[in-house]
Design a protein around this ligand. Structure first.
Ligand SMILES: [Zn+2]
Length: 199
């Protein structure tokens, strides 16, 4: 799937491409996923758009679609994708139940797919988008894959390892650190998870 590239005019603001249905965030959606731990603040200079003009929001919206595939199979709805050079190279969703795989998280599946698609384990220069803050296992895999930037939707105060419970991806003691952009379309991401657990 080739993503539409921007005009090259730069990413001066949010939403470089048209966003289908920007979230109508309400405070009530925050219940249950509101505690954000001791996450570091985002860098003020972080770019609002990534990868050839495709907005962060549009890619996170795609992770929501992938997450629905997980939910349809009885798995917790988490979706992930890997982007490099403006192109989605792999997509994944949670298959822990469907594949009876303890490691079948969306991020792991997307990273595996990206390795196969790109012909190597080293995903330097690639960015990973996921609907929920990665757990410790996935954060470790993201570091191991040399992912450049991690972008996610909902913070996960109970298990998140990108700033909530701990911060594996920015641990300076490791040999690689990942840029983190968390809380993109956070309310919608949290609502998707709550809808699954509430049904
Ligand atoms: Zn995980």
């Amino acid at each position: 799937m080739r993503l539409a590239r921007g005009s090259g005019a730069g990413c001066a603001g949010l939403g470089c491409v048209g966003l289908p249905g920007r979230g109508t965030a309400t405070s009530s959606l925050r219940a249950g996923l509101s505690s954000r731990g001791t996450r570091p603040a985002l860098d003020p200079g972080q770019r609002a758009c990534d990868d050839g003009g495709v907005s962060r929001e549009s890619l996170i919206l795609r992770t929501f679609e992938l997450a629905e595939r997980a939910a349809a199979a009885g798995d917790v709805p988490v979706g992930a994708l890997v982007v490099r050079d403006g192109r989605i190279v792999a997509e994944g969703w949670n298959t822990r139940e469907a594949a009876a795989d303890p490691t079948g998280h969306a991020e792991i599946n997307a990273l595996r797919g990206a390795g196969l698609a790109l012909g190597g384990w080293n995903l330097e220069g690639a960015d990973l988008y996921v609907s929920l803050e990665p757990c410790t296992m996935c954060a470790g895999a993201i570091v191991a894959a040399r992912i450049r930037r991690l972008v996610f939707g909902a913070w996960d105060p109970k298990a998140g390892a990108a700033g909530s419970l701990r911060d594996v991806v920015r641990d300076s003691r490791l040999n690689h650190q990942v840029e983190v952009v968390g809380g993109v379309l956070e309310d919608r991401a949290a609502a998707q998870l709550r809808a699954f657990f509430g049904r």
